[in-house]
Design a binder for this molecule. Structure first.
Ligand code: GTQ
Length: 351
Protein backbone atom coordinates (compact mmCIF):
# COMPACT_ATOMS: atom_id res chain seq x y z
CA UNK A 1 0.00 0.00 0.00
CA UNK A 2 1.46 3.43 -0.93
CA UNK A 3 1.29 6.46 1.36
CA UNK A 4 -1.64 8.12 -0.38
CA UNK A 5 -3.85 5.06 -0.16
CA UNK A 6 -2.80 4.50 3.50
CA UNK A 7 -3.92 8.04 4.28
CA UNK A 8 -7.18 7.60 2.39
CA UNK A 9 -7.69 4.37 4.28
CA UNK A 10 -7.26 6.03 7.69
CA UNK A 11 -9.61 8.88 6.72
CA UNK A 12 -12.18 6.34 5.52
CA UNK A 13 -11.68 4.40 8.73
CA UNK A 14 -12.18 7.37 11.01
CA UNK A 15 -15.38 8.26 9.11
CA UNK A 16 -16.42 4.62 9.39
CA UNK A 17 -15.69 4.59 13.16
CA UNK A 18 -17.87 7.70 13.57
CA UNK A 19 -20.71 5.92 11.79
CA UNK A 20 -20.26 2.89 14.02
CA UNK A 21 -20.12 5.03 17.15
CA UNK A 22 -23.47 6.65 16.33
CA UNK A 23 -24.99 3.16 16.15
CA UNK A 24 -23.48 2.03 19.50
CA UNK A 25 -21.12 -0.29 17.69
CA UNK A 26 -17.37 -0.56 18.26
CA UNK A 27 -14.56 -2.27 16.34
CA UNK A 28 -13.10 -5.08 18.44
CA UNK A 29 -9.74 -4.91 16.69
CA UNK A 30 -9.00 -1.57 18.37
CA UNK A 31 -9.40 -3.02 21.89
CA UNK A 32 -8.81 -6.76 21.59
CA UNK A 33 -5.43 -6.85 23.31
CA UNK A 34 -6.71 -4.92 26.32
CA UNK A 35 -9.81 -7.10 26.60
CA UNK A 36 -7.88 -10.35 26.36
CA UNK A 37 -4.49 -9.45 27.88
CA UNK A 38 -1.41 -11.67 27.83
CA UNK A 39 -1.44 -11.59 31.64
CA UNK A 40 -3.49 -9.92 34.44
CA UNK A 41 -3.12 -6.13 34.75
CA UNK A 42 -4.67 -5.06 38.07
CA UNK A 43 -5.33 -1.37 38.59
CA UNK A 44 -4.40 -1.64 42.29
CA UNK A 45 -0.82 -1.09 43.46
CA UNK A 46 1.01 -2.62 46.43
CA UNK A 47 0.47 -0.26 49.38
CA UNK A 48 0.87 -0.17 53.18
CA UNK A 49 -1.23 1.55 55.86
CA UNK A 50 0.68 2.00 59.09
CA UNK A 51 -1.13 1.57 62.40
CA UNK A 52 0.73 4.52 63.93
CA UNK A 53 -0.81 6.88 61.35
CA UNK A 54 -4.24 5.26 61.00
CA UNK A 55 -5.12 4.70 64.69
CA UNK A 56 -5.14 8.43 65.64
CA UNK A 57 -7.53 9.14 62.70
CA UNK A 58 -9.77 6.28 63.76
CA UNK A 59 -9.87 7.62 67.33
CA UNK A 60 -10.66 11.06 65.89
CA UNK A 61 -13.60 9.46 64.05
CA UNK A 62 -14.65 8.18 67.49
CA UNK A 63 -14.85 11.79 68.66
CA UNK A 64 -16.84 12.99 65.68
CA UNK A 65 -19.57 10.38 65.14
CA UNK A 66 -21.17 7.62 67.22
CA UNK A 67 -21.26 4.01 66.01
CA UNK A 68 -25.06 4.15 65.92
CA UNK A 69 -25.19 7.34 63.86
CA UNK A 70 -22.56 6.06 61.44
CA UNK A 71 -24.20 2.60 61.38
CA UNK A 72 -20.60 1.37 60.96
CA UNK A 73 -17.80 3.69 62.10
CA UNK A 74 -15.21 2.60 59.61
CA UNK A 75 -12.26 4.16 57.81
CA UNK A 76 -12.13 2.47 54.42
CA UNK A 77 -8.67 1.47 53.20
CA UNK A 78 -8.62 2.76 49.63
CA UNK A 79 -5.96 1.67 47.21
CA UNK A 80 -4.17 4.80 45.88
CA UNK A 81 -5.03 3.79 42.32
CA UNK A 82 -8.70 3.11 43.11
CA UNK A 83 -9.65 6.21 45.10
CA UNK A 84 -13.35 6.84 45.61
CA UNK A 85 -14.28 3.21 44.92
CA UNK A 86 -13.94 1.72 48.42
CA UNK A 87 -11.55 -0.93 47.11
CA UNK A 88 -8.29 -2.03 48.72
CA UNK A 89 -7.54 -4.20 45.66
CA UNK A 90 -9.45 -4.65 42.40
CA UNK A 91 -11.70 -7.27 44.01
CA UNK A 92 -11.59 -6.71 47.79
CA UNK A 93 -12.92 -4.26 50.36
CA UNK A 94 -11.22 -3.64 53.71
CA UNK A 95 -11.84 -1.06 56.42
CA UNK A 96 -10.92 -0.47 60.05
CA UNK A 97 -13.91 -0.35 62.39
CA UNK A 98 -13.88 1.32 65.81
CA UNK A 99 -16.33 0.64 68.58
CA UNK A 100 -16.23 2.35 71.96
CA UNK A 101 -17.51 1.09 75.35
CA UNK A 102 -21.30 1.02 75.54
CA UNK A 103 -21.82 1.53 71.81
CA UNK A 104 -23.85 -0.58 69.41
CA UNK A 105 -23.43 -0.81 65.64
CA UNK A 106 -27.05 -1.57 64.64
CA UNK A 107 -28.24 -4.92 63.29
CA UNK A 108 -28.53 -5.30 59.54
CA UNK A 109 -27.98 -7.92 56.87
CA UNK A 110 -26.68 -7.87 53.33
CA UNK A 111 -25.69 -10.17 50.51
CA UNK A 112 -22.02 -9.27 50.92
CA UNK A 113 -20.02 -11.75 53.01
CA UNK A 114 -17.81 -10.33 55.76
CA UNK A 115 -14.87 -11.39 57.89
CA UNK A 116 -13.67 -9.44 60.94
CA UNK A 117 -10.08 -9.70 62.03
CA UNK A 118 -9.61 -8.28 65.53
CA UNK A 119 -6.66 -5.92 65.99
CA UNK A 120 -7.05 -4.15 69.31
CA UNK A 121 -8.94 -4.15 72.61
CA UNK A 122 -11.20 -6.63 74.32
CA UNK A 123 -14.82 -6.73 75.37
CA UNK A 124 -16.13 -6.14 71.85
CA UNK A 125 -18.66 -8.59 70.51
CA UNK A 126 -20.48 -9.44 67.32
CA UNK A 127 -23.89 -11.10 67.32
CA UNK A 128 -24.62 -13.22 64.25
CA UNK A 129 -27.93 -14.99 63.56
CA UNK A 130 -28.96 -15.11 67.22
CA UNK A 131 -25.61 -15.82 68.88
CA UNK A 132 -23.03 -13.50 70.32
CA UNK A 133 -19.27 -14.01 70.31
CA UNK A 134 -16.71 -12.01 72.27
CA UNK A 135 -13.78 -10.82 70.20
CA UNK A 136 -10.13 -11.05 71.25
CA UNK A 137 -7.09 -9.81 69.35
CA UNK A 138 -6.25 -12.11 66.41
CA UNK A 139 -9.68 -13.79 66.36
CA UNK A 140 -11.40 -14.28 63.02
CA UNK A 141 -15.17 -13.73 63.07
CA UNK A 142 -17.47 -14.62 60.13
CA UNK A 143 -20.69 -12.91 59.19
CA UNK A 144 -22.09 -15.03 56.35
CA UNK A 145 -24.09 -13.28 53.62
CA UNK A 146 -27.71 -12.48 54.50
CA UNK A 147 -27.28 -13.12 58.25
CA UNK A 148 -28.33 -10.47 60.78
CA UNK A 149 -25.35 -9.00 62.55
CA UNK A 150 -24.71 -6.22 65.04
CA UNK A 151 -21.61 -5.25 66.99
CA UNK A 152 -21.25 -3.95 70.54
CA UNK A 153 -18.80 -3.37 73.35
CA UNK A 154 -19.28 -4.18 77.06
CA UNK A 155 -15.65 -3.66 78.09
CA UNK A 156 -13.25 -0.77 78.42
CA UNK A 157 -11.13 1.14 75.91
CA UNK A 158 -11.41 1.23 72.13
CA UNK A 159 -11.92 -1.96 70.13
CA UNK A 160 -10.70 -2.04 66.53
CA UNK A 161 -10.98 -4.71 63.90
CA UNK A 162 -10.48 -5.00 60.16
CA UNK A 163 -13.63 -5.58 58.12
CA UNK A 164 -12.95 -7.72 55.07
CA UNK A 165 -15.78 -7.88 52.53
CA UNK A 166 -16.43 -9.05 48.97
CA UNK A 167 -18.14 -5.71 48.16
CA UNK A 168 -16.40 -5.15 44.76
CA UNK A 169 -17.29 -8.66 43.57
CA UNK A 170 -20.93 -8.35 44.64
CA UNK A 171 -21.11 -4.87 43.04
CA UNK A 172 -19.70 -6.21 39.78
CA UNK A 173 -22.36 -8.93 39.73
CA UNK A 174 -25.07 -6.40 40.72
CA UNK A 175 -26.33 -8.71 43.43
CA UNK A 176 -26.30 -6.30 46.38
CA UNK A 177 -29.30 -6.37 48.74
CA UNK A 178 -29.53 -5.01 52.30
CA UNK A 179 -32.05 -4.75 55.14
CA UNK A 180 -32.12 -3.04 58.51
CA UNK A 181 -33.33 -5.02 61.51
CA UNK A 182 -36.36 -3.70 63.37
CA UNK A 183 -34.26 -3.60 66.58
CA UNK A 184 -30.92 -1.89 67.11
CA UNK A 185 -29.45 -5.06 68.61
CA UNK A 186 -30.91 -8.45 67.74
CA UNK A 187 -32.14 -10.67 70.57
CA UNK A 188 -29.87 -13.64 71.06
CA UNK A 189 -31.52 -17.03 71.15
CA UNK A 190 -28.50 -19.20 71.97
CA UNK A 191 -25.77 -18.96 74.63
CA UNK A 192 -22.29 -17.80 73.70
CA UNK A 193 -20.13 -20.77 72.64
CA UNK A 194 -23.05 -22.81 71.27
CA UNK A 195 -21.78 -22.88 67.65
CA UNK A 196 -18.24 -23.57 68.77
CA UNK A 197 -19.41 -26.60 70.76
CA UNK A 198 -21.53 -27.92 67.87
CA UNK A 199 -19.14 -27.33 64.98
CA UNK A 200 -15.80 -26.00 66.18
CA UNK A 201 -14.28 -28.75 68.28
CA UNK A 202 -13.36 -31.32 65.63
CA UNK A 203 -16.85 -32.80 66.06
CA UNK A 204 -20.21 -32.35 64.34
CA UNK A 205 -23.73 -33.28 65.45
CA UNK A 206 -24.53 -36.71 63.95
CA UNK A 207 -26.76 -36.31 60.92
CA UNK A 208 -25.92 -32.61 60.55
CA UNK A 209 -26.79 -31.26 57.09
CA UNK A 210 -25.17 -27.98 56.06
CA UNK A 211 -27.61 -25.18 55.31
CA UNK A 212 -25.18 -22.66 53.88
CA UNK A 213 -22.04 -22.27 51.75
CA UNK A 214 -20.37 -20.61 54.76
CA UNK A 215 -18.77 -22.42 57.69
CA UNK A 216 -21.12 -22.83 60.69
CA UNK A 217 -18.18 -21.91 62.98
CA UNK A 218 -18.21 -18.14 63.31
CA UNK A 219 -15.32 -17.43 65.66
CA UNK A 220 -11.89 -18.94 64.98
CA UNK A 221 -9.98 -17.90 68.14
CA UNK A 222 -6.38 -16.79 67.76
CA UNK A 223 -5.25 -18.81 70.77
CA UNK A 224 -5.89 -22.04 68.81
CA UNK A 225 -4.51 -20.73 65.50
CA UNK A 226 -1.35 -19.53 67.21
CA UNK A 227 -0.77 -22.79 69.00
CA UNK A 228 -1.14 -24.78 65.76
CA UNK A 229 1.36 -22.57 63.93
CA UNK A 230 3.96 -22.66 66.69
CA UNK A 231 3.66 -26.44 67.11
CA UNK A 232 4.22 -26.91 63.39
CA UNK A 233 7.20 -24.54 63.49
CA UNK A 234 8.87 -26.86 65.98
CA UNK A 235 8.56 -29.91 63.76
CA UNK A 236 8.57 -28.86 60.11
CA UNK A 237 10.55 -26.66 57.76
CA UNK A 238 8.66 -23.62 56.44
CA UNK A 239 7.55 -23.83 52.80
CA UNK A 240 10.03 -21.72 50.76
CA UNK A 241 7.24 -19.56 49.27
CA UNK A 242 4.59 -19.27 51.97
CA UNK A 243 6.32 -20.24 55.22
CA UNK A 244 4.15 -22.18 57.65
CA UNK A 245 0.76 -21.24 56.31
CA UNK A 246 -2.65 -22.57 57.32
CA UNK A 247 -6.00 -21.68 55.82
CA UNK A 248 -9.15 -21.37 57.90
CA UNK A 249 -11.44 -24.28 57.07
CA UNK A 250 -15.14 -25.05 56.98
CA UNK A 251 -15.26 -28.23 59.12
CA UNK A 252 -18.35 -29.47 57.29
CA UNK A 253 -16.76 -29.85 53.85
CA UNK A 254 -13.07 -28.96 54.13
CA UNK A 255 -13.61 -25.94 51.86
CA UNK A 256 -12.68 -22.33 52.52
CA UNK A 257 -14.78 -20.74 55.28
CA UNK A 258 -16.74 -18.59 52.82
CA UNK A 259 -17.59 -18.83 49.13
CA UNK A 260 -15.85 -15.58 48.22
CA UNK A 261 -13.20 -14.82 50.87
CA UNK A 262 -10.23 -16.99 51.79
CA UNK A 263 -8.48 -16.11 55.06
CA UNK A 264 -5.23 -17.71 56.19
CA UNK A 265 -2.56 -17.24 58.84
CA UNK A 266 1.16 -17.80 58.40
CA UNK A 267 4.20 -17.96 60.61
CA UNK A 268 7.63 -16.96 59.29
CA UNK A 269 10.39 -17.86 61.76
CA UNK A 270 12.78 -15.03 62.65
CA UNK A 271 15.26 -14.39 59.82
CA UNK A 272 13.28 -16.45 57.27
CA UNK A 273 12.86 -15.03 53.74
CA UNK A 274 10.39 -16.39 51.23
CA UNK A 275 11.30 -17.00 47.60
CA UNK A 276 9.43 -14.93 45.01
CA UNK A 277 5.78 -15.89 44.68
CA UNK A 278 2.73 -14.61 42.87
CA UNK A 279 -0.83 -15.76 42.35
CA UNK A 280 -3.90 -14.49 40.51
CA UNK A 281 -5.86 -13.69 43.68
CA UNK A 282 -5.33 -10.30 45.29
CA UNK A 283 -4.69 -10.26 49.03
CA UNK A 284 -4.55 -8.11 52.14
CA UNK A 285 -1.90 -8.83 54.77
CA UNK A 286 -1.87 -7.76 58.42
CA UNK A 287 1.21 -8.03 60.66
CA UNK A 288 -0.01 -9.59 63.88
CA UNK A 289 3.26 -10.44 65.59
CA UNK A 290 6.85 -9.48 64.83
CA UNK A 291 8.12 -7.23 62.08
CA UNK A 292 8.33 -8.18 58.40
CA UNK A 293 9.38 -6.53 55.17
CA UNK A 294 7.48 -7.08 51.93
CA UNK A 295 9.31 -6.53 48.68
CA UNK A 296 7.63 -6.30 45.27
CA UNK A 297 9.28 -5.76 41.88
CA UNK A 298 7.91 -2.23 41.37
CA UNK A 299 8.42 -0.75 44.81
CA UNK A 300 11.13 -0.61 47.47
CA UNK A 301 10.60 -2.94 50.41
CA UNK A 302 8.05 -1.87 53.01
CA UNK A 303 8.40 -2.65 56.70
CA UNK A 304 5.26 -3.86 58.48
CA UNK A 305 4.99 -3.61 62.24
CA UNK A 306 2.14 -4.62 64.56
CA UNK A 307 -1.31 -4.09 62.97
CA UNK A 308 0.05 -2.57 59.74
CA UNK A 309 -2.02 -3.52 56.68
CA UNK A 310 -0.68 -4.23 53.18
CA UNK A 311 -2.59 -4.47 49.88
CA UNK A 312 -1.16 -7.00 47.40
CA UNK A 313 -2.62 -6.84 43.89
CA UNK A 314 -3.12 -10.10 41.99
CA UNK A 315 -0.23 -11.47 39.92
CA UNK A 316 2.28 -9.16 41.62
CA UNK A 317 5.52 -11.01 42.50
CA UNK A 318 6.60 -10.57 46.14
CA UNK A 319 8.96 -11.76 48.84
CA UNK A 320 8.41 -11.53 52.60
CA UNK A 321 11.22 -11.43 55.16
CA UNK A 322 10.79 -11.97 58.90
CA UNK A 323 12.91 -9.14 60.30
CA UNK A 324 12.29 -9.36 64.02
CA UNK A 325 10.87 -12.22 66.06
CA UNK A 326 8.82 -15.14 64.78
CA UNK A 327 6.36 -13.27 62.58
CA UNK A 328 2.66 -14.04 62.32
CA UNK A 329 0.81 -12.61 59.34
CA UNK A 330 -2.92 -12.75 58.69
CA UNK A 331 -4.19 -12.51 55.14
CA UNK A 332 -7.40 -12.79 53.18
CA UNK A 333 -7.96 -13.00 49.45
CA UNK A 334 -10.49 -13.84 46.75
CA UNK A 335 -8.75 -17.17 46.07
CA UNK A 336 -11.93 -19.26 46.68
CA UNK A 337 -13.58 -17.53 43.69
CA UNK A 338 -10.54 -18.07 41.45
CA UNK A 339 -10.44 -21.75 42.42
CA UNK A 340 -14.17 -22.32 41.91
CA UNK A 341 -14.02 -20.73 38.46
CA UNK A 342 -10.90 -22.69 37.48
CA UNK A 343 -8.96 -19.41 37.11
CA UNK A 344 -6.49 -19.75 39.97
CA UNK A 345 -2.82 -19.70 38.93
CA UNK A 346 0.32 -19.36 40.99
CA UNK A 347 3.97 -19.02 40.10
CA UNK A 348 6.82 -20.08 42.38
CA UNK A 349 10.28 -18.83 41.56
CA UNK A 350 13.36 -20.26 43.14
CA UNK A 351 15.08 -17.03 44.09
O1 GTQ B 1 -19.97 -4.40 59.94
O2 GTQ B 1 -21.65 -4.94 58.71
O3 GTQ B 1 -16.81 -2.12 56.93
O4 GTQ B 1 -21.94 -3.80 56.42
C1 GTQ B 1 -18.76 -2.28 55.62
C2 GTQ B 1 -20.07 -2.71 55.50
C3 GTQ B 1 -18.67 -3.18 57.83
C4 GTQ B 1 -20.57 -4.37 58.87
C5 GTQ B 1 -18.08 -2.53 56.78
C6 GTQ B 1 -20.67 -3.38 56.53
C7 GTQ B 1 -19.97 -3.63 57.72
Amino acid sequence: MNETSALKNSVDRSAFYKELDALNLAPLWEVLRGLVPTDPRPAAVPYAWHWRTVLPQLLAAGGSITAEEAERRVLVLENPKLRGKSQITDTLYAGLQLILPGEVAPAHRHTQSALRFVLEGSGGYTAVAGERTTMQRGDLILTPFWTWHDHGHDGEGPVVWMDCLDVPLVSFLKTGFREEHSKTAQTTSRPEGYSDARYGSGLLPVGYQPTSATSPVFNYPYARTREALHRLAQSQEPDPHIGICLRYVNPVNGDWVMPTLGPSMRLLPEGFSTSTYRSTDSAVFVALEGEVSIETDDQPSVKLETNDVFAMPGWCPYRIRALRGDCVLFSFSDRPVHEKLGLFREEKNHT
